[in-house]
Design a protein around this ligand. Structure first.
Ligand code: 3UK
Length: 532
């Protein structure tokens, strides 16, 4: 049973034997066969949230009733005026705004497959995504028109485009459109979105997630770890195109009828302003984000109640600094685009700073040895997870690497202690082997971050005739510190005092900034190739 008359995505899912094993162990994960994730909005209204704020943004403030009316109007424009049929892929190319959020829900409601992309993508990157997912429809922020048109010129599959904002047609079309729409009766396992992974290297891979997966992320991490309340105000720096941001700013608030506040601009200064102005209670950003926000601690951040860190390992030093500055203990959580959201985390008293936590209810985790056998008890190995969601790449050979024996293998090395807590060690490819010793780059980074002059740092292997490799640290200093030989020696000494001395960085290079992906992840491969 499927509502998709365009079956392209279903047809390009991996063969059944390459799927991860899916587990629906909790009562809240039993989805009916016919299920459209946009029903979350109807449920928020049915539970009395209709007149309460859903979105607070620079372009609009909408209650749940107003949001649903707008979602329906957009779905009508799509289905009546844009030659759309269920299953078509719809590009959403825009920064996070109230309109972008409404379009995302509208695409799901109409039975489309939403492909949100980062606003900073260039035509070449966009064009790869459009052609790979055979995207036929697009909603594009008018400010991004030129770059999009350049991609469109190389994308014969793209048929219908609507612009919004600057010089757009959508805003006026919506004035005419009917605000009632009959929700497309999708199957729970009809594709709802394709999230392209940033990856820290190579080509983009499209992760297909179903309508039930959108709900599953709310029913696992959000319901059990975050436990939001209806009067919470969510805020996130992550783009909706990154499933971290999609959960944080679109799905989790809607799942309980809470509000989402969208910062007017990207960047951490605008984030601090948004927190103060909208009295944000529930914040989602990266470890880098928390380091940058610490300086605003005080009245500006006083409304915060819960703060989630994901995307990269959260160093204990960052967690402690944030706790000292704000009194709030960060909730660390590891998630992945392939899994849609967070699957290992901890809340409240269960948080052990420096460790990510335990499998989120609904998920189970294992550690694989070199033969893909699960390690029992305490130990170190490659992280494997399974639960209600999992990896299904759109027509991609890498499916075989990510899914092994029915488990999703994330590419991370983790340690598990006797209490079952999982602690990040490194990406499998970020282990440095120097003179026969295995040294995890993040461990050295954490030690360096404990030094008061260090703002950011990245550690990689640098080839060395004698030792095979040496540990090399790229360091961004705080504004008041000076990059000199004495500073390098002080940092080396600090690492030797903090962790086993053989792990200290034999080479240190001071840089103004570190290479990062669009989602804020460190690109160690660029540093390894000597191009910071
Ligand atoms: C790394 C972490 C240690 C890890 C994501 C939350 O980051 C997300 O998705 P991506 O596909 O990257 C996945 C990889 O990122 N990572 C993420 N969180 C942590 N490492 N500690 C963490 N807390 O290497 C993982 O394999 O970009 C995060 C929710 C949704 C997401 N898509």
């Amino acid at each position: 049973m499927s509502a998709h008359t365009d079956t392209f995505v279903r047809d390009n899912l991996p063969p059944a034997e390459l799927w991860p094993e899916l587990k629906f162990t909790l009562p809240e994960l039993q989805f009916p066969a016919c299920y459209n994730a946009s029903g979350m909005l109807d449920r928020a209204i049915a539970s009395g949230r209709g007149a309460h704020p859903a979105v607070i943004a620079a372009d609009a403030r909408l209650t749940y009733a107003e949001l649903l009316a707008r979602v329906n109007s957009i779905a009508n424009v799509l289905t009546r005026e844009m030659r759309f049929q269920p299953g078509n892929r719809v590009l959403i190319h825009a920064p996070n705004t109230a309109m972008t959020l409404a379009i995302w829900w509208a695409v799901l409601r109409a039975g489309g497959v939403a492909v949100a992309t980062m606003p900073m993508l260039r035509a070449v990157e966009l064009q790869i995504i459009i052609n790979k997912a055979q995207i036929s429809h697009a909603f594009v922020d008018g400010a991004l028109r030129a770059e999009f048109e350049a991609a469109r010129a190389a994308s014969p599959c793209m048929r219908e485009v609507s612009y919004f904002g600057v010089g757009g047609d959508l805003d006026t079309r919506l004035l005419e459109a009917d605000s009632l729409f009959e929700t497309c009766e999708t199957a729970a396992d009809d594709p709802a979105l394709i999230a392209f992974t940033s990856g820290t290297t190579g080509k983009p891979k499209g992760c297909v997630h179903f309508h039930r997966d959108v709900a599953a992320m709310a029913e696992t991490f959000s319901r059990h770890v975050l436990r939001p309340q209806t009067d919470d105000i969510f805020c996130s720096t992550a783009p909706f195109a990154f499933t971290f941001g999609l959960g944080a700013a679109v799905v989790f608030p809607a799942s309980v009828g809470a509000a989402t506040a969208i910062p007017a601009k990207p960047g951490f200064d605008a984030l601090a302003d948004a927190i103060a102005e909208h009295e944000v209670t529930t914040l989602f950003t990266s470890p880098t984000g928390y380091r940058a926000l610490t300086k605003f601690a005080g009245p500006k951040l006083a409304s915060l109640r819960q703060c989630v860190s994901a995307g990269e390992a959260l160093p204990k030093a960052t967690s402690d600094q944030w706790c000292d500055a704000t009194g709030i203990r960060l909730i660390d959580g590891i998630g992945a685009t392939e899994m849609i959201h967070i699957f290992i985390s901890a809340r409240g008293e269960e948080i052990r700073p420096g460790s990510t936590g335990k499998p989120v209810p609904g998920y189970e985790a294992a550690l694989f040895d070199d033969d893909n056998a699960a390690i029992e008890g305490a130990g170190v190995g490659r992280l494997a997870v399974r639960g209600p969601t999992g990896c299904r790449y759109l027509a991609d050979e890498h499916q075989r690497n990510y899914v092994i024996n029915g488990w999703n293998v994330t590419g991370d090395v983790y340690a598990r202690d006797a209490d079952g807590y999982y602690t990040f060690v490194s990406r499998a490819d970020d282990m440095i082997i120097s003179a026969g010793y295995n040294i995890a780059a993040p461990e050295v980074e954490n030690a360096l971050l404990g030094h008061p002059s260090v703002a950011e740092t990245a550690v990689v292997a640098a080839p060395d005739a004698e030792r095979g490799n040496v540990v090399k640290a790229f360091v961004v200093l705080k504004p008041d510190a000076s990059a000199c030989e004495a500073m390098a020696r002080a940092l080396q000494e600090h690492v030797k005092q903090t962790i086993a001395p053989y792990k200290y960085p034999r080479a240190i290079e001071f840089v103004a900034e570190l290479p990062k992906t669009n989602t804020g992840k460190l690109q160690r491969f660029k540093l390894r190739e000597g191009r910071p």
